[in-house]
Structures are given as structure tokens and as C-alpha cells.
Write a protein that binds this ligand. Structure first.
Ligand code: NAD
Length: 259
């Protein structure tokens, strides 16, 4: 139980990668604060899956578009569990459209949820981490923090921004026992990817099957990355053996960014 007595806040953890990370950190002994905007039934299912690992689990429905709700979530987590030791900035959305048709509200939401929310969570969690001289900040970026694709202007901008933010935070906190790292997955089969297949098909005027193939063709392994693989990397970065890793951006993308 490498993370016993630690508390992790994971944004967007009611689904996909975030849920996988919540399960992996709970398996390693951490108390978990889950977050997300799913339906009540979906959230209850996700919470039950994390509770199976026997640690304390709380849920906070803070909307990552609202900085006050984000600050309240961190404050409540500290009050309930005594600390926020591990912060995983994972919440994210996607929208695929040509730049000249890209809906302005979608641009604003993607930048707010995928980038700015990590600033608000980190800003609120860092004072406690510094006081306790221990902390782990893990930002779920994307291969799109290292490479661009057409029709994903907001997502690519947000993820490149999050990668830069990670490095800055790492440098600021290096002498305080707090690390900040990014994980950059390639395509992982989650609802986020599933939902963009029809948009891609429409943008490129191709069939759904062709769109799915096109997505996978970016990854030399021709396989989707699994949620469990990303979660295992996050659990490693949260642990004691990762104390000297900071400011890194780990690609886990089947060779995509090696090209
Ligand atoms: P997902 O759609 O399965 O889960 C997204 C989570 O974010 C959900 O829990 C959702 O409720 C939450 N969320 C969305 N908007 C929110 C808001 N305003 N406030 C609070 N929570 C909100 O997606 P996923 O594929 O698991 O993606 C998780 C992260 O991984 C994202 O940052 C995504 O960009 C990144 N990522 C995903 C892939 C992939 O292929 N799936 C690849 C690289 C990076």
C-alpha cells in the first residue's frame, strides 16, 4: 500500500481515464475525491467501483468551468481528509471542427476545462502541499500536447498549454518536495474518443469505420492505449519512487510521437 494515508483529488474521474486512475490510486491505498459531471446513476456506479478498493471515497460535483466551485472542492477535500497530497488534473472535453466553423463557445469551454481548471486546482492545492513538503501533481495531457492534428485547434492549444504549465509548476515547486508531471496518452478507447468519431467522419466526409481506422493509423502499434496502462503510469508517478521525476511529459501513445 504505497499511498496509504495519502489523499488524491482526481478531476473528471466518473468516466474513462480518470475513473481508471481513481481505481489505481485507491488500490495503492489512497483516499479518493472523485469529480465529474455524469448522470447520478453513472456517478454512483463509478463511485462504487472505486469504493471496492476499501479506502475512503468522496464525490464533489464541482464544474471545472467555475473557479469558485474548484476552490471549494479543494478546500472541502482538505477539511474532510486533512490534506490533498495528490492532484490529478484529468477532466477534459473535445470538439472537432474546421477552424472557420469552430463554435466560439466550444473553444472557450475546451480552454477552460482542459487548461484553466488545472491552474485553479493547482493554485488551491499548492499551499497545503508546500506546508507538508510533499505533493504530486499529475496533468493528463495528450499526444496532442506534442503534436497537432487538423480540426482540433482548441484541444491542441489547451494540451500544449497544459504541458507548459506542468513544466512551470515543476520548477516552482522543485525544492518543496512537490513534483508536477504530464502524461500524454495517444488514443484510448473512452467515451471522449467514441464521441469524436462521427465528428471526424463529418469533417473529412468519410464513413464511421474509416474515421476509426484513421484515428488508429496515428499509432504504429495499431492498438488503442488502455485506461489501465495510463492509470498504472499515474500510480507510479504518485508514488515514492517517482520523487526525482518532475517536469516530465510521458508519452504513452503506441509510438505516435516517435514519428
Ligand atoms: P471521458 O469523456 O471518458 O471522461 C471525461 C471526464 O471529465 C468525465 O468524468 C466528465 O464528467 C468530466 N468532465 C467533463 N467536463 C467537466 C466539467 N466541466 N467539470 C467537471 N468534470 C467534467 O474522457 P477520457 O477519454 O477519459 O479523457 C480524460 C482526459 O484524458 C481528458 O483530459 C482527455 O483530454 C485526456 N485524453 C484522452 C485520450 C483518449 O484517447 N481518450 C487521449 C489523450 C488524452
Amino acid at each position: 500500500m504505497t499511498l496509504q494515508d495519502k489523499t488524491a483529488v482526481i478531476t473528471g474521474s466518473t468516466s474513462g481515464i480518470g475513473l481508471g486512475i481513481a481505481q489505481a490510486l485507491a488500490r495503492d491505498g489512497a483516499n479518493i475525491v472523485m469529480n465529474g459531471l455524469g448522470t447520478e446513476t453513472d456517478n454512483a456506479k463509478a463511485i462504487a467501483a472505486v469504493k471496492e478498493h476499501g479506502t475512503r471515497v468522496a464525490f464533489d460535483g464541482a464544474n471545472m468551468l467555475r473557479h469558485n466551485q474548484i476552490a471549494d472542492m479543494i478546500a472541502k477535500a482538505e477539511k474532510t481528509f486533512g490534506a490533498v497530497d495528490i492532484l490529478v488534473n484529468n477532466a477534459g472535453i473535445q470538439h472537432v471542427a474546421p477552424i472557420e466553423e469552430f463554435p466560439i463557445e466550444q473553444w472557450d469551454s475546451i480552454i477552460a476545462i482542459n487548461l484553466t481548471s488545472a491552474f485553479h486546482t493547482t493554485r488551491a492545492a499548492v499551499p497545503g502541499m508546500k506546508r507538508r513538503k510533499w505533493g504530486r501533481i499529475i496533468n493528463i495531457c495528450s499526444a496532442h500536447s506534442l503534436r497537432a492534428s487538423p480540426f482540433k485547434s482548441a484541444y491542441v492549444s489547451a494540451k500544449h498549454g497544459l504541458a507548459g504549465f506542468t513544466k512551470t509548476v515543476a520548477l516552482e515547486l522543485a525544492e518543496h518536495g512537490v513534483t508536477a508531471n504530464a502524461i500524454s496518452p495517444g488514443f484510448v478507447w473512452t467515451p471522449l474518443v467514441e464521441k469524436q468519431i462521427p465528428d471526424l467522419a463529418k469533417s473529412e466526409n468519410i464513413s464511421l469505420e474509416q474515421a476509426k481506422k484513421q484515428v488508429l493509423s496515428r499509432q504504429p502499434t495499431n492498438q488503442f492505449v488502455t485506461v489501465e496502462q495510463v492509470a498504472a503510469l499515474a500510480a507510479f508517478l504518485a508514488g515514492q519512487n517517482a520523487a526525482s521525476i518532475t517536469g516530465a511529459n510521458y508519452a504513452i501513445d503506441g509510438g505516435w510521437t516517435a514519428q
